[in-house]
Design a protein around this ligand. Structure first.
Ligand SMILES: C[S@@+](CC[C@H](N)C(=O)[O-])C[C@H]1O[C@@H](n2cnc3c(N)ncnc32)[C@H](O)[C@@H]1O
Length: 239
């Protein structure tokens, strides 16, 4: 089985994330059949294993493929709204699994709108890491409501993220970087991780080049602005 070729999976760059597409989604995370995405791990090894890393708007899947061998014990999922692009990632993962049996069993892709259905797919505090790499900038003011980082969605990300969980962001658009930093810093459940602390995080280096968009920015000599945030405890104890 050969790796898929991107030229057969091209699609318009932007999909309206607010429009009602027809997505199937579970009423509750436990209603979803996760073994369809991770058949080997969940059916044969650990039935209760859950997704812990989430690449939101994963594009062509470069980050998942890079992180897969580095974190073999963590299940990682990419979310992608565009049909052909998510088909490409799926075909890429199936081909990699075929070519390297026993590898790439911990990564998968799901076509969905990440701005609408996260709590349907993930339990409170389930995720350890979330990635927003080169998110769509939606430059015009009227389209800022389409940005995937905003104060309402940050509360939803805080809900699905474990305490001490980490959100990684990177973009080549300075205005979007400043927008993301502002919203995270203003949110009571996030704090920015210092550059000093990030030096020991092996993931940070991978954020610049492992995705297709990151490689495109490099080819065009663009800037890259990184900001990483930690989910801080909310002090809520129902007991
Ligand atoms: C500029 S691309 C970056 C892709 C990838 N992260 C990379 O670095 O190569 C942004 C991606 O996010 C996807 N996307 C935008 N809004 C989304 C949403 N609401 N849910 C899921 N994916 C979304 C787009 O279809 C697109 O593939």
């Amino acid at each position: 089985m050969a790796l898929p070729q991107k030229k057969y999976y091209r699609q318009r760059a932007h999909s309206n994330p607010i429009a009602d597409h027809c997505f199937e989604y579970p009423a509750h995370p436990d209603d979803y059949n996760w073994s369809t995405l991770f058949p080997k791990t969940i059916e044969q090894e650990q039935k209760n294993k859950q997704v812990e890393f989430l690449d939101v708007g994963c594009g062509y899947g470069g980050l998942l493929v890079t992180l897969s061998p580095l974190f073999p014990n963590n299940l990682m999922l990419g979310l992608e709204i565009r049909v052909k692009v998510s088909d490409y990632v799926n075909d890429r993962i199936q081909a990699l699994r075929y070519q390297h049996p026993d590898q790439f069993q911990n990564i998968a892709v799901l076509r969905t709108n990440a701005m609408k259905y996260l709590p349907n797919f993930f339990h409170k505090g389930q995720l350890k890491k979330m990635f927003f790499l080169y998110p769509d900038p939606h430059f015009k003011k009227a389209k800022h409501k389409w940005r995937i980082i905003n104060k309402w969605l940050l509360s939803e990300y805080a809900y699905v993220l474990a305490e001490e969980g980490v959100i990684y962001t990177i973009t080549d658009v300075k205005d979007l970087h400043e927008w993301m930093v502002k919203h995270f810093v203003e949110h009571p459940l996030f704090e920015r991780i210092s550059d000093e602390e990030l030096k020991s995080d092996i993931i940070v280096d991978k954020l610049y080049e492992s995705t297709e968009e990151g490689q495109k920015v490099t080819r065009n000599n663009g800037d890259k602005y990184l900001a990483v945030f930690k989910r801080i405890p909310d002090g809520y104890n129902p007991n």
